[in-house]
Design a protein around this ligand. Structure first.
Ligand SMILES: *[C@@H]1O[C@H](CO)[C@@H](O)[C@H](O)[C@H]1NC(C)=O
Ligand SMILES: *[C@@H]1O[C@H](CO)[C@@H](O)[C@H](O)[C@H]1NC(C)=O
Length: 699
């Protein structure tokens, strides 16, 4: 009897140990500053060549999460950048190999772009994507590589025993569908399964340190375009999702400056393809009337049709969407209703050559057809842009007939063959990018498909922007494949958008028929989605059954010398009477809550040093012992660093620093400090700083 009891308690003890072992992982979180050149570089997102940087509103960060069960280690990274592309991911892996050998590979690392449209571009290498920047910009590329690598290194060093939890909740009033006319092309029976024409679920993965039950990090996924800041903004900005991260992180550690908390809270991208944060219906800015519903035009033209809101201007709109995201994220983080994640960690990755893929596809009437991919091409509707940022030329969305002038321009670049045209129909081809490799690749042909299994939680990394319905179909197909192959019974599948390789949009074959922006930018033809669904199902099956899968192609290898027309910083000058850092416009002597304090300094070019992990400005408050304490930096929402050359063709420049004095600010004495670097005419880059007169803040 005694022995029996002892055996029993031993069994209880053993099973307790086993369950604990099953649900405890080593997890590391790390965040690093990856801010790029803060001036003169064209932003990536709206493809507007004259949307060039002029300073910083919010810094760019890379947030890394390492999951390790002793058998497998994998990394998920979300970065305040428009997307990710293969050459940059490869450079990150190569750099990590030198720092932490034999740990990080293309296969066990997902890098997902947050999709902010307000950060410097020119780093993707593909001609189509660096086009607005007049080619490759090494500085933008290096800034992202450095920051991403640092974030992963930190996460690697920070690994602790932790439990993982998943949760989700509905968030309303934060996204709309910007191509509802295309969404309506999906089968009615399918549309009827959903209450909304965009996903309203915010999905959360929470990391809780085992030793004290303290949350150390969280990843949130919500389908919204970070296009609250529009194409007239010239300050580096992580947009609605980036600000939501700052708000969440600051709420966990109110005494830390933004970007300096140990808690890492991410809002990552997902199937945001046809979503917009601009909740007011698009209007014609010339007449105030609604735009044409199908084409998003005003009197036949696209450039006046713009969506706004929910705020009175883009900054207020960003704040509203960010606050909604933050509040929902925080609510889920604090909720006791989350589900603990248990089970193995696994990863799988495959390179596939999209133009040569085949698949079967069942039409809504039940007929199954054989389909294949096409060489990459962009349609006319792409050049129209969207209601978040209309294109510059005379193009309209939902175009299925072509225009003679642009056909000539197109044929001058590269004419599509008869097969290309048939393959992409009904898309009229504007740019036959998949056929050109002069001077190098224009758009990728080889893409990366990848999945992480974190117990019953599955991260499906996709190389572009899936629309709402495309994402729903993919998640459902993958979840079914997981359960039918002996995987977890209730798998939670989340899409990690804009990961690893950028290939524009993935609309459903039905949405494709209308050729709005998303359909026109579905680059491998009408059956891009069915092909992906079939390949991801194979990937999920191989992941669950632990069978290896082989690549069917390799990513394009870019030449070392890429075309770049962005001139370097020649040198700086401070002008005859001034030194760098001189405060030439002093703040007022006193301000009250609600005012904006400002000061202007003689400055060097911000491209001389991106000041990663540092700042171009400090707002300091005088303490009782007369020392100064930093209360805000250039990573704060309340500050702006605005840089300009004083006169064109003269290397003299100025930095204006603004500080919005909100209710959070305590009355007292403050001052503004500016930090920068100047480039000496005979070579060398030198740091400088300058401080304003002090001023008082009263209520
Ligand atoms: C951008 O937003 C500002 C308000 O902040 C507005 O005046 C402007 O018209 C918008 N422009 C575009 C192109 O959306
Ligand atoms: C289903 O639709 C396709 C394409 O419209 C058509 O070719 C096919 O004949 C239809 N099949 C049936 C059974 O109606």
């Amino acid at each position: 009897m005694l022995i029996k009891l002892q055996l029993l308690s031993l069994a209880v003890l053993l099973s307790a140990i086993l369950t604990a072992a099953e649900t405890s992982y080593k997890v590391g979180v790390g965040r690093a500053d990856c801010t790029g050149p803060a001036a003169e570089i064209t932003f990536m997102g709206y493809a507007k060549a004259n949307q060039k940087g002029c300073g910083i509103h919010l810094r760019q960060f890379s947030r890394a999460f390492i999951f390790n069960d002793g058998k497998n280690l994998m990394t998920f990274v979300t970065v305040d950048a428009c997307m990710m592309n293969h050459p940059l991911k490869q450079a990150v892996i190569d750099k990590l190999e030198a720092l932490i050998p034999k740990t990080f590979t293309l296969q066990n690392t997902i890098i997902s772009g947050s999709h902010t449209h307000s950060t410097p571009g020119g780093w993707l290498k593909d001609v189509m994507y660096d086009f607005p920047n007049l080619g490759f910009v090494q500085e933008s590329f290096d800034a992202l590589v450095d920051g991403i690598v640092r974030s992963i290194e930190k996460a690697y060093k920070n690994q602790v025993d932790a439990q993982l939890y998943m949760n989700s909740g509905i968030l309303l009033d934060s996204n709309i569908n910007r191509s509802p006319a295309a969404y309506a092309y999906n089968p009615t029976t399918e549309q009827n399964k959903y209450e909304y024409n965009v996903d309203k679920d915010l999905v959360q993965l929470k990391i809780v340190r085992a030793k004290d039950d303290v949350p150390i990090g969280v990843i949130n996924w919500f389908a919204v375009h970070p296009t609250s800041m529009n194409n007239t903004n010239c300050l580096i900005h992580s947009d609605n999702v980036g600000y939501a991260s700052i708000l969440l992180e600051s709420s966990m550690e109110p005494d830390s400056l933004p970007g300096k908390t140990s808690f890492v809270g991410a809002f990552a991208s997902t199937n945001l393809g046809d979503t917009s944060p601009n909740l007011k219906d698009p209007i014609c800015i010339d007449t105030g009337k609604p735009c044409d519903y199908t084409h998003s035009t005003c009197d036949g033209k696209n450039e006046f049709c713009i969506a706004f809101g929910p705020g009175n201007d883009m900054v207020e709109s960003t704040e509203i969407i960010a606050t909604n995201l933050f509040k929902k994220g925080k609510e889920l983080l604090e909720s006791a209703n989350s589900t603990e994640i248990s089970g193995e960690l696994r990863f799988i990755h495959r390179f596939i050559h999209m133009p040569s893929q085949t698949a079967t596809y069942t039409l809504s009437n039940g007929t199954t057809i054989n389909v294949h991919g096409c060489r990459a091409a962009m349609g006319y509707g792409f050049a129209a842009g969207t209601t978040d940022g209309p294109g510059e030329f005379d193009f309209t969305q939902a175009t299925t007939t072509s225009n003679a002038f642009w056909n000539i321009v197109r044929d001058f670049i590269f004419p599509p063959t008869k097969e290309d045209a048939e393959c992409h129909a009904p898309k009229p081809i504007l740019i036959m990018s998949g056929a050109i490799q002069v001077p190098y690749e224009w758009q990728p042909s080889t893409v990366s498909i990848q999945m992480f299994q974190i117990g019953q939680f599955f991260v499906t990394a996709v190389p572009g922007e899936f629309t709402t319905m495309s994402g729903r179909r993919l998640r459902e197909a993958v979840a079914n494949e997981i359960t039918s192959n002996g995987g977890p019974n209730n798998p939670k599948v989340v899409i990690a958008g804009l990961s690893n390789v950028y290939t524009n949009y993935i609309a459903t074959p039905e949405e494709y028929q209308l050729q709005r922006y998303e359909g026109a930018s579905t680059i491998y033809g009408p059956y891009t989605l069915p092909i992906y669904i079939q390949r991801y199902k194979e990937l999920a099956k191989a992941l669950i059954s632990n069978t290896p899968i082989t690549d069917d192609s390799e990513p394009y290898k870019f030449p070392n010398n890429l075309m770049s027309l962005v001139p370097p910083v020649i040198f700086d000058a401070s002008g005859w009477w001034n030194n760098y850092g001189d405060c030439i416009v002093q703040p007022k002597e006193s301000y009250t809550i609600g005012d904006i304090a400002s000061a202007t300094f003689v400055a060097g070019h911000p491209r001389n040093d991106n000041m990663q992990e540092k700042t171009f400005l400090n707002i300091e408050m005088q303490q009782k012992d007369a020392t100064w304490k930093v209360v805000a930096t250039d990573a704060d929402w309340e500050t702006k660093f605005i840089w300009k050359r004083q006169e064109t063709f003269k290397p003299i420049s100025q930095a204006e620093i603004q500080w919005k004095i909100t209710k959070k600010v305590n009355p007292g004495t403050y001052r503004i400090t500016h930090f920068g670097n100047y480039k000496y005419i005979f070579g060398g880059i030198y740091p400088y700083s300058g401080t304003s007169n002090s001023f008082t803040v009263s209520t």
